[in-house]
Design a protein around this ligand. Structure first.
Ligand SMILES: Cc1ncc(COP(=O)(O)O)c(C=O)c1O
Length: 423
């Protein structure tokens, strides 16, 4: 609901205040010659304005676009019919993933949502089986209840703590012991999310993963990780992903977020799990034919794009620190919680709502071009529990981050001037 609300809010903005121009927008992507991928955009200023606006899009790491090397790899990919298992590029990507993740096998799927759903379907094979999920996890909040809707799987929730973990006693208390008494569902699966999206890109500690796995083993349950951003977690912990994934039975990892591929996620686990997953993917309409064109992008993601995630983490921290250092003391940030590329922060002044703040960041305000030398539109979303979310990704350079900081300082100072005038 929150996401729907925020999307609607932004669409409204894009349609009205922020770019009120009779002319269609010409959004030009500029390729950074040094970084080799697409970075900060300029936008036609519209009638009556002189300088082009700069756009810094911090809404999500899903907005990334494939750069030239990735596009070349896609154009040159060898392909075959993947439903027949004959696409060499898909097969190679699956092998690379399995090796990297320390899993027996992997499967290319169209999206993270489908990867998670397939995992739930394979782990929970009887209608009425139950999975335990965090109450703020993507699977529970943002995937339309697909496990109930399409797979007949029941969910029970544990409280997601601010660092993305659970209380282990609460987790244990949610495991059912009634089966085969017909009153009860049967506990089958525990789902984890790493990094945790709603909680601001938090990285699950390895000790927590180990404890969850021990509990799962004790009760004969499986552990699936929604690892949409598990590579961010690996980079933040400075470990190979297999060190994280040794504690889970299966994982779904997105190629199309910070790793920059246009489409695709990797589902990985034991060979018999992947054999069953292939059947589920087909039933869900996710089996595709000459998918090597997309898998080629995925190979570039895993082989060339992981190393640069550290830049996103660094840029997120730079912006977070600037919020704290802002001369107009408007922002609250927990720096210890800024572990990866997702930043959550709050406004300390109740007279400025997250919606209003995001609105001001997204429009070029009066006097801004004179004060900053150009118009800067910074896109970010109002988020969970009255916070604001900003996400760094390969389209955002250190220079873009500095522009976002300038804009944030401008908006904060304007707000305080307005308050003083109103007093
Ligand atoms: C944690 C998490 N899991 C799963 C997904 C779903 O991925 P997709 O958009 O590829 O379906 C997302 C997407 O934002 C996510 O953040």
């Amino acid at each position: 609901m929150l996401r729907t609300f925020s999307s609607r809010f932004l669409v409204k903005f894009l349609n009205h205040g922020l770019v009120a121009s009779s002319k269609p927008l010409r959004v030009g992507n500029e390729r950074s010659p040094t970084r080799g991928y697409y970075t900060g955009r300029t936008r036609d200023p519209g009638p009556g304005r002189v300088a082009p606006f700069r756009v810094v899009d911090l809404r999500s790491d899903t907005v990334t676009k494939p750069g030239p090397a990735m596009r070349r790899a896609m154009a040159e990919a060898e392909v075959g019919d993947d439903v027949m298992g004959e696409d060499p590029t898909v097969n190679e990507l699956q092998k690379i993933t399995a090796d990297m993740f320390g899993m027996e096998a992997a499967l290319f799927v169209p999206s993270g949502t489908m990867g998670n759903l397939i995992a739930v379907m394979v782990h929970c094979r009887e209608r009425g089986d139950e999975m335990i999920v965090g109450d703020l996890c993507h699977i529970h909040v943002y995937e339309q209840g697909n496990s109930a809707q399409l797979a007949g799987v029941h969910s029970t929730t544990v409280t997601t703590l601010p660092d993305g973990t659970f209380n282990l006693d609460q987790l244990e208390s949610k495991i059912r012991h009634g089966y085969p008494d017909p009153h009860y569902p049967r506990s089958r699966l525990i789902c984890l999310e790493n990094t945790h999206n709603i909680q601001g890109g938090r990285v699950l500690p390895l000790s927590f993963l180990q404890e969850v796995r021990a509990l799962a083993d004790e009760y004969g349950l499986s552990v699936h990780m929604d690892g949409a951003r598990v590579m961010n977690a690996a980079v933040a912990q400075d470990v190979p992903p297999s060190t994280i994934l040794q504690h889970t039975h299966t994982v779904s990892a997105c190629l199309s977020k910070g790793l920059g591929a246009p489409v695709g996620s990797m589902l990985a686990g034991p060979q018999d799990f992947i054999s069953k997953a292939i059947r589920c993917r087909k039933a869900l309409g996710g089996a595709t034919r000459q998918a090597g064109i997309l898998a080629a992008a995925g190979k570039v993601s895993l082989q060339d794009m992981v190393g640069r995630l550290v830049e996103d983490h660094h840029n997120a921290r730079t912006f977070a620190q600037a919020l704290l250092d802002c001369p107009s003391p408007l922002f609250a940030v927990d720096m210890a919680a800024v572990e990866t590329n997702i930043l959550r922060f709050r406004l300390q002044d109740p007279s400025l709502s997250p919606q209003e703040f995001c609105g001001r960041m997204a429009q070029v305000g009066e006097g801004e071009e004179a004060a900053l030398g150009q118009g800067i539109q910074v896109l970010m979303y109002p988020h969970f529990e009255n916070s604001i979310r900003a996400v760094w990704h390969l389209g955002i350079s250190p220079e873009d981050t500095q522009l976002a900081i300038q804009k944030m300082q401008f908006v904060a100072s304007q707000h305080f001037k307005e308050k003083v005038r109103a007093q």
